[in-house]
Design a protein around this ligand. Structure first.
Ligand code: SF4
Length: 327
């Protein structure tokens, strides 16, 4: 690890000012950044610790939604009674991520910014356009079992590792940002993470020096909410495929549906095709299968990960069936 300086910010203005130093980077829980620094993938010369800023509260919004402070830990967000009762898909996603110890440290804001777990990204001898733009992509033609089946490019086939962000995508969360000039803006989570294109090293819409201050959840949509995660072991593992589904029914008919996948693309993958195939249709396994085929119509395997296409279809069917059950 390279040497760096450290300061703990006590207010947002001080944190933003500290970011004007060359090579400065925010740190919160540090559950991903410290690993990246040890491997010299991230090489900040100055760390600005924002974990103690007064941005950890979880508050009611006037419209019936909820604001999660960016410094709330993943554990605190998952355990909040309002999240558990009104946004169970989010609690389920949060508790399926990492381990209890990591969730106690990881922040809501940091979770959104965690980086891919593509093994070649962490292996400096391999070409990786995300780590070293222009150096190629060792995963294409390499061992790519965990890689993307949707939205990939010739430059990068990595997936986004977050569970929380998948649930937030189904919930249509908005991300609140504070810029270095103290202006604020909101970005829909669907627009926050980017597909790789030919710039896979640019992963989000975040501007230099900008800070995530909160995530705003709109009022809970009608229907049953379920997050299902399929992985190689039962805990402390990233998703091969995950699904967040929110489904409402009117009698035997699906009246509304939201579907987002994790583990399949460079960002949480909302499937408008699946949602269209579900809405107004009978709540049956045949309908779920039709939606699954629609969701994976453009999916492309890379060899080792071909199995993910069928896995994603089956995971969606199981998740939809459960969401209807609890709606
Ligand atoms: Fe790097 Fe992306 Fe290729 Fe992995 S998939 S080696 S992160 S460019």
């Amino acid at each position: 690890m390279r040497t760096f300086t450290y300061e703990r910010a006590t207010d947002a203005q001080g944190a933003l000012a500290a970011m004007s130093r060359p090579g400065a980077k925010f740190i919160s829980g540090g559950t991903n950044l410290l690993d990246l620094m040890k491997l010299e993938i991230e090489q900040p010369s100055h760390l600005v610790d924002i974990s103690r800023l007064p941005l950890a509260d979880i508050e009611e919004l006037p419209d019936g939604g909820l604001r999660l402070g960016a410094q709330a830990t993943n554990s605190a967000a998952a355990a909040d009674p309002r999240v558990r009762t009104r946004y169970p898909v989010l609690t389920q996603a949060l508790v399926s991520g990492a381990s209890g110890q990591l969730r106690n440290m990881a922040s809501v804001g940091g979770n959104l910014l965690q980086r891919t777990r593509c093994p070649y990204f962490y292996y400096s001898a391999a070409g990786c356009n995300k780590r070293d733009p222009g150096s190629g992509c060792a995963a294409i033609g390499g061992y790519n079992r965990i890689h993307a089946i949707l939205g990939a490019s010739e430059a990068c086939i990595a997936t986004h590792p977050s569970d929380m962000a998948v649930a937030m995508t189904a919930l249509e969360a908005q991300i609140e940002l504070l810029d270095s000039d103290h202006s604020t803006r909101r970005v829909a989570i669907a627009d926050f993470h980017r597909l790789p294109g030919d710039t896979p090293h640019i992963e989000t819409d975040l501007r230099p020096g900008e800070m995530i201050t909160s995530v705003m959840l709109p009022p809970a949509p009608p229907g049953g909410q379920v997050y299902r995660k399929v992985r190689d072991r039962a805990s402390f593992e990233f998703a091969l495929v995950s699904v967040a589904a929110i489904v409402a029914t009117d009698g035997e008919t699906i009246s509304s549906a939201r579907v987002a996948f994790g583990g399949v693309a460079h960002k949480p993958w909302r499937s408008a095709d699946a949602e269209a195939a579900l809405t107004g249709r009978p709540a049956t396994m045949a309908t779920y299968r039709t939606a699954a085929e629609a969701a994976m119509r453009d999916a492309v395997g890379q060899g080792h990960n071909d199995f993910k296409i069928e896995l994603a279809k089956r995971t969606l069917c199981r998740t939809l069936a459960r969401a209807v059950q609890v709606s």
